[in-house]
Design a protein around this ligand. Structure first.
Ligand SMILES: [Zn+2]
Length: 133
């Protein structure tokens, strides 16, 4: 077993993560999901759907444009494609700009957010719960 003393450990202000490099922790904190402004209004919202989008892979040997289907999130209320903050955390927007060119970061606040249970009345029935639409 080895122990190292007098090593500076950087802890995240928003979650329990600890890192040895200051610059890595600054980057982590910027995108940490424990940070309130990084939590998307879309989690659990009825309008968020998983979808696929076709990304151009350029021309093939015959000069025909190729496409590749990639997973994406769509807000069916705003009719927009949205990506989660994890995408920024992993640096994917810089690495694959063509994949995200028509997409926006999921908002932190949204006036249309609607959760699955909000307009369902729960009525107690024989000590069990009946969900009535
Ligand atoms: Zn964190």
């Amino acid at each position: 077993m080895t122990t190292t003393e007098n090593v500076t450990v950087y802890g995240c202000d928003f979650c329990k993560k600890k890192l040895f490099r200051k610059h890595a922790m600054e980057r982590h904190e910027k995108y940490c999901l424990g940070k309130p402004e990084n939590q998307p209004a879309c989690s659990g919202c009825v309008f968020l759907k998983e979808t696929t989008v076709d990304i151009s892979t350029g021309s093939d040997y015959h000069g025909e444009e190729g496409y590749r289907a990639v997973k994406a999130f769509e807000c069916t209320k705003l009719e927009k494609l949205l990506y989660p903050i994890k995408v920024l955390q992993k640096g994917l927007v810089e690495r694959y700009p063509e994949t995200f060119q028509d997409q926006e970061l999921m908002p932190n606040k949204c006036e249309h957010t609607k959760f699955y249970l909000t307009d369902i009345d729960i009525i107690p029935f024989n000590n069990r719960y009946n969900i009535v639409k």
